[in-house]
Design a protein around this ligand. Structure first.
Ligand code: SRM
Ligand code: SF4
Length: 537
């Protein structure tokens, strides 16, 4: 490092320093060399941090077996790509598996550093990328999981999501313009009426809204004399969860046409990149800048970057449905075609599951699959003529289209099995407790239970009916694994965040605790009681 570099990076925190010393994207050029060195010999800062610019995460829980986070714009993947991911998990993943994430994405596990050059070549051959998916970069952009399939949709989000990803990743090659943000950044575009992307928990979200024709305003070029309403999006900014603070996004008081979304995204990202707070990483997400400036100044700075004024928000947005979970069989807007949502328990997949999903998509559909923020898979484009055979496929016994009403809505973050931030084990525990509760109780509607292993909130407990956040609890004077309980999270129409209602329930006491909660607040009934009243169980 030169003297100048020492001086300019002297007062920066550890992360700003490592970014100033070497752009994270530079690691891309060093992969071959790193692969030949092996993980034990490589530079620690490169290993623990810079590799995340190509989506590779060192896992202290499983040293030498890395996690690889992909990008799946709008959660869309085809059978060829799924096949490649399955092969990577099978051939290179030492005890590997994969997880569908809460951002409609896939993470692979058990990856060895020696295999990265070959893995990246395979990705490139089928149009996959993992670029800029970790550290201070823009995360996977979420869009409507049934975009282009839904007869009721207002806007097909697929192309916009892809355009934005292409802009900030330079079509997957890596873009140094956006590789040093103050912190991570989440973007979502809602295209339907049910807010399937959880717009309110993103740093930047676009929600459908119609603007009345004004007679003096302009679509694309600016001239629109139509009296009928024009489609566009209201913009929300600043939503985020962190261990220190959780906030729902707030309105920017701006409305844009679909054609303007890309440039507005760029302008907002530039304002954040150049002005976001960088001194304290606990206060670096976009909302902290908005707090400091006020929303009006933030909006003004965005307009300066854009070089034009933003129109005020439409008076109301079009999010007026309850959120759909897409599990089960649904008619598409294309006559004669169906999409089928399969429940993937806590999003966990193994290589053979991935090959099988690709097979299902090829044999019965068009080869396409969609991922949801609830960590499930949708197979679209199944003709009526093949539907009944599809429904007898043995894979549906494992990945059900009609799971129990608790299982159906279960979401869980990675937890202690692979994540060193975790205070508790999540995925396996979540499944076994939910299965036990379904044996004991009957339900009249799904109850959305989200597990997250620590206050970072990757499993989004604040959007759940019942959110469980890992913590250290005490029982009989001893430290044990426990959870804080969140309730009241509302998704879809009138979305708002749930609040912590009880702290420190030991995990070993959780099943009876949840049982009472489900009976008292969610209309669950003990099975004996249900039988007496003549309800089928
Ligand atoms: Fe997350 C860090 C997993 C969605 C908030 N998250 C991590 C790390 C990378 C920590 C680590 O190095 O171990 C976790 C990797 C564990 C592993 O091995 O899998 C991790 N986050 C996940 C995933 C896989 C959870 C899941 O099981 O689905 C999700 C991957 C999404 C993706 O495809 O990119 C995931 N993380 C989220 C979400 C939910 C969302 O985006 O809707 C949040 C809350 C929303 C938000 O960010 O505002 C979230 N993750 C965090 C935070 C807290 C951020 C902050 O500002 O402080 C951290 C910690 C950090 O970044 O320092 C974190
Ligand atoms: Fe890991 Fe905590 Fe995120 Fe769960 S919430 S994946 S335990 S960082």
């Amino acid at each position: 490092m030169t003297d100048t570099a020492t001086i300019t990076t002297g007062n920066l925190n550890k992360f700003e320093k490592l970014k100033a010393e070497k752009d994270g994207l530079k690691i891309k050029e060093e992969i071959a060399q790193i692969a030949s060195l092996g993980w034990e010999a490589m530079d620690e800062t490169d290993r623990d941090h810079r590799l995340k610019w190509v989506g590779v995460f060192f896992r202290p829980v499983t040293p030498g077996k890395f996690m690889l986070r992909m990008r799946m714009p709008n959660g869309i993947i085809n059978s060829e790509q799924m096949g490649v991911l399955a092969e990577v998990v099978q051939r290179y993943g030492d005890d590997g598996n994969a997880d569908i994430t809460t951002r409609q994405n896939i993470q692979l596990r058990g990856i060895r550093i020696e295999d990265l050059p070959d893995i990246f070549n395979r990705f490139q051959a089928v149009g996959l990328t993992s670029i800029q998916s970790g550290m201070d970069n823009i995360r996977n952009i979420t869009g409507d999981a049934i975009a282009g399939l839904d007869a009721d949709e207002l806007y097909d989000t697929r192309e916009l999501v892809q355009q934005i990803q292409d802009m900030f990743t330079n079509k997957g090659q890596g873009n140094p313009e956006f590789s040093n943000l103050p912190r991570k950044f989440n973007i979502a575009i809602a295209g339907g009426r049910d807010n399937s992307v959880h717009a309110e928990i993103n740093d930047l979200a676009f929600v459908p809204a119609f603007k009345e024709g004004t007679g003096n305003w302009v679509l694309g070029t600016g001239q629109d004399f139509s009296p009928s309403p024009v489609f566009g999006f209201n913009i929300l900014v600043g939503g985020f969860f962190s261990a220190k603070r959780c906030e729902a996004a707030i309105p920017l008081n701006a409305w844009v046409t679909p054609e303007e979304v890309l440039e507005v995204c760029r302008a907002i990202l530039e304002v954040y990149r150049d002005n976001g707070l960088r001194a304290n990483r606990l206060k670096s997400r976009l909302m902290w800048l908005i707090d400091e400036w006020g929303i009006d100044k933030f909006r003004l700075e965005v307009e300066k970057r854009l070089g034009k004024s933003l129109l005020p928000a439409a008076p109301k947005d079009e999010i007026d449905w309850e959120k759909r979970d897409h599990i089960g069989v649904y008619k598409q807007k294309q006559p004669g075609l169906n999409y089928v949502g399969l429940h993937i328990p806590v999003g966990r997949l193994y290589a053979e599951d991935m090959f099988e999903l690709a097979r299902l998509a090829d044999v019965y559909g068009s080869g396409e699959m969609r991922l949801t923020v609830e960590q499930n898979v949708i197979i679209p484009n199944i003709p009526d003529s093949r539907l009944s055979t599809f429904l007898t496929d043995p894979l549906l016994e494992r990945f059900s289209i009609d799971p129990g009403l608790l299982t159906r809505s279960l979401v869980s973050c990675t937890g202690a099995q692979f994540c060193n931030f975790a205070l508790i084990e999540t995925k396996n525990r979540a499944l076994s407790i939910i299965q036990a509760l379904e044996t004991e109780l009957t339900f009249t509607r799904p109850v959305r239970i989200h597990w997250t292993g620590c206050p970072n909130s990757c499993g989004q407990p604040q959007v759940a009916d019942i959110g469980l956040m890992g913590t250290k609890a005490r029982k009989n004077g001893k430290a044990v694994e426990g959870v804080d309980i969140y309730m009241g999270g509302k998704v879809g129409k009138d979305a708002h965040l749930g609040k912590c209602v009880q702290k420190g329930i030991p995990c070993e006491d959780l099943q009876p605790f949840l049982r009472d909660l489900l009976i008292q607040h969610f209309g669950a009934k003990a099975k004996e009681e249900a039988l007496v009243k003549g309800v089928r169980v």
